[in-house]
Design a protein around this ligand. Structure first.
Ligand code: KIV
Ligand code: ZN
Length: 518
């Protein structure tokens, strides 16, 4: 690696998936890992293998399938976690164990270890990890609030014990850019052996500074940025991959660092992560928001027509946004659909195209013009293959002459069940019908509708978030019928809750796993 190369470490599947409600299914995790690998991410943190059977299985399979990227798993500072992590990542062409412990005074109090006891623990666990794997990353959690002398001491111990990457997390999103740069710079110049390892930066976005702090850390000497797609993650999230990568690309004049990321793949993976995590991207989000390349005001539009550089610092194509083109309609054939999907960055196998074509025809029958955003929603529509509950049919009665009711048929574990329910409006009646057919105590926390495109025949995208016994799941769906989209989104969330229930049965649970040692 040359000194100006910055490695991109993506933790969407670990730190990102850890945020409440962002649970992904096994198939979705495999798909996201494949997209990350294809886009050139150097290290994929695929999960926390000890946390649940589901996490273990996902990290194992992602390791088996990895093509180019190093596959990393997370482990707390104990042998059991580290062994389990190794069992999962050892299948990768390039495996990595990432072990961590909270080193600040507040975090040391959790396992109730003295500074000396923790130092011994770090030595022993990093040595153990290194005996299993040549590639070991060590993180002092809450590094930015750890006493300076102690931080230097434990980083030195980890390096001597064989860590090859030292990650400096700003766990609570507390640091500021100038501090972030100085901390890495000082560590590299102070700690013996620091020049033989790679320093990484891992920032949370509580003060909205994660991108700035990560870039500052690179200025200070970090050569690995830890980040997630769309900035997904605990609380206000992690550093957004698309932001740091595009900042380094667009401002190479003052930040002369390169990454291996194919930036034209950014939009596709961003949309996919939004769809599977249920965390929609805000419209004005940098790089991937719907408005990031929109020019609405007259002055801006006029300037853009004369010279794109007037208001554009990067081209939409550079992040994989196709220019606007003519919509498809019900007479468009398979070849036109394939060409359009390729333009949008979807490289479809024949059987996938066949499936999308059927759904496209159904949509085109109901909607005169099928726009790019309609197609993207269609491709990202959850196929429901693995779902325990599926919608068979729905008929609602609504309007000024009540009562509003919903006749519904569902397939639950292969058996068709039917009911009629009433409610305060068609959506309430529909949700009541699902409740009557599938016994659950989940509470609806959020119900959100937005239009995919303009016009009264536009598809509605519905997002719901549900909570049951502290577990949260989100669901999404799109349809030209808002009530059908609502029913499918609710059922989607319910299926995810069921997966979470099953995954968390035998002991651990990704969201519930405590950082406190066992
Ligand atoms: O934010 C954090 O400190 C983490 C560690 C587990 C690296 O995610
Ligand atoms: Zn984190």
């Amino acid at each position: 690696m040359t000194t100006n190369e910055v490695l991109i470490f993506d933790t969407t599947l670990r730190d990102g998936e850890q945020s409440p409600g962002a649970t992904m299914t096994h198939a979705e995790k495999l798909e996201i890992a494949e997209l990350l690998d294809e886009m050139g991410v150097d290290i994929i943190e695929a999960g926390f293998p000890i946390a649940s059977e589901g996490d273990f299985k996902a990290v194992t399979e992602i390791s088996q399938r990895s093509k180019r990227a190093t596959i990393c798993g997370l482990a707390r500072a104990n042998y059991k976690d580290i062994d389990r992590c190794w069992e999962a990542v050892k299948h990768a062409k390039s495996p990595r164990i990432h072990t961590f412990i909270g080193t600040s005074e507040l975090h040391r109090a959790i396992p109730n270890l003295t500074m000396d006891e923790m130092a011994v623990r770090i030595h022993d666990t990093v040595t153990h990890a290194r005996n299993l794997c040549d590639n070991v990353q060590w993180s002092p959690m809450d590094a930015t609030r750890t006493e300076w002398d102690y931080l230097c001491r434990v980083v030195e111990i980890a390096i001597k014990a064989g860590a090859t990457t030292i990650n400096i997390p700003d766990t609570v999103g507390y640091t500021a850019p100038v501090e972030s740069a100085n901390l890495i710079r000082r560590l590299i110049s102070t700690v013996p052996g620091a020049n033989d390892v790679i320093f990484a930066t891992h920032c949370h976005n509580d003060l909205g500074l994660a991108t700035a702090n990560s870039l500052a850390a690179v200025e200070g000497g970090a050569r690995q940025i830890e980040c997630t797609i769309n900035g997904l993650g605990e609380r206000a999230g992690n550093t957004a991959l698309e932001e740091v990568v595009m900042a380094l690309k667009v401002r190479a004049d003052i930040m002369p660092y390169t990454t291996h990321i194919d930036t034209t793949k950014i939009m596709n993976i961003s949309r996919r992560v939004a769809a599977v995590s249920g965390f929609a991207v805000q419209f004005n989000k940098a790089i991937v928001g719907k408005n990031a390349f929109a020019h609405e005001s007259g002055i801006h539009q006029d300037g853009m027509l004369k010279n794109k550089d007037t208001f554009e610092i990067m081209r939409p194509e550079s992040v994989g946004l196709a220019g606007t083109s003519l919509p498809l309609g019900k007479h468009s054939g398979r070849a036109a659909l394939r060409a359009k999907l390729a333009e949008l960055g979807f490289d479809m196998a024949d059987n996938q195209l066949k499936d999308v074509f059927v759904r496209f025809k159904e949509l085109a029958d109901r909607k005169k013009e099928v726009y790019d955003d309609d197609l993207i929603a269609l491709v990202h529509q959850h196929d429901g293959q693995e779902d325990r509950v599926r919608l068979k049919s729905l008929r609602v009665v609504c309007g000024t002459e009540g009562p509003q009711s919903a006749d519904m048929a569902l397939e639950v574990d292969g058996v068709v069940v039917e009911t009629t329910a009433t409610g305060d409006g068609p959506v309430d009646a529909t949700f009541n019908a699902v409740k009557a057919l599938v016994d659950h105590s989940a509470r609806l926390q959020l119900y959100q509708v937005s239009a995919v495109t303009e016009g009264t025949d536009a598809q509605a995208t519905v997002s719901v978030r549900m909570e049951e016994d502290g577990r949260i799941a989100t669901g999404q769906s799109a349809d030209t019928d808002t009530v059908v989209a609502s029913a499918k989104a609710y059922i989607n969330a319910l299926n995810r809750l069921m997966v979470r229930r099953e995954q968390s049965q035998p002991g651990y649970d990704t969201k519930g796993v405590s950082y406190k040692d066992t």
